[in-house]
Design a protein around this ligand. Structure first.
Ligand code: ZN
Length: 217
């Protein structure tokens, strides 16, 4: 059993990297967000616990998240490869993940850190425009609509979601940077960290990660 971990700020192109690795390498994409939603939907014991926290607007505790990860690992074959995306977020979760793998004679093979300058992230994220009618996303610089403010797909009006406004973005990035700093040091010390320049097209950084993952096997 083996795993890789993707670390990258919102706007770093992590979604594209995860898709390419999932499609071209034998690693199953594990997102704790998806697992949480699925457990809640299926009404499992862990799902009911998690739902309680979410309904109260509280963070789901590390112990519950890790239980979900453990259940996911138990459901897989012993030689499966997993790609973790958005997890671990804290050193405590990183410790628990390492323990989950070592008790199954598995290991974390590599941790990829997508590095993008902060001002580039801010411009990528604040330039996003969403169609009010169909939800299609555009970007004022990177994916501009054919006509200003109008959706190419359905002709609806484009707007900037509150989530994409600068103050919100800056706050999200600050929270991310604070959380990730200690994880970077943690994995660097273990010799697992690989820095990927993601200040370029997402396909280019995805290609580099795919080649590095293929070289692991
Ligand atoms: Zn539209």
């Amino acid at each position: 059993m083996k795993a890789i971990i993707l670390l990258g700020a919102p706007g770093s192109g992590k979604g594209t990297v995860a898709e390419r690795v999932r499609d071209r390498c034998a690693y199953l994409h594990v997102s704790t967000g998806d697992m949480l939603r699925d457990a809640v939907k299926r009404g499992t014991e862990t799902g009911r616990q998690a739902e309680g926290y979410m309904k109260r607007g509280e963070l789901v505790p590390d112990a519950v998240i890790n239980l979900l990860v453990d259940q996911r690992l138990d459901a897989g074959t012993p030689d499966a490869g997993y790609m973790f995306d958005g997890y671990p977020r804290t050193i405590q979760q990183a410790d628990m993940l390492a323990a989950s793998f070592s008790k199954r004679n598995g290991s974390i093979r590599k941790v990829f850190l997508l590095e993008t300058p902060r001002d580039v992230l801010i411009s990528r994220l604040t330039g996003r425009r969403t169609c009010r009618a169909c939800g299609t996303c555009f970007h004022v610089v990177n994916i501009p609509p054919k006509r200003d403010g109008i959706c190419d797909a359905c002709g609806g009006a484009l707007y900037q979601r509150p989530d994409d406004q600068e103050a919100t973005i800056v706050n999200r990035l600050d929270v991310y940077m604070r959380q990730t700093e200690s994880l970077i040091a943690f994995y660097e010390k273990q010799g697992l960290l690989m820095r990927i320049n993601s200040n370029r097209q997402a396909e280019a950084s995805a290609g580099e990660v795919v080649r590095a993952v293929q070289a692991l096997d």
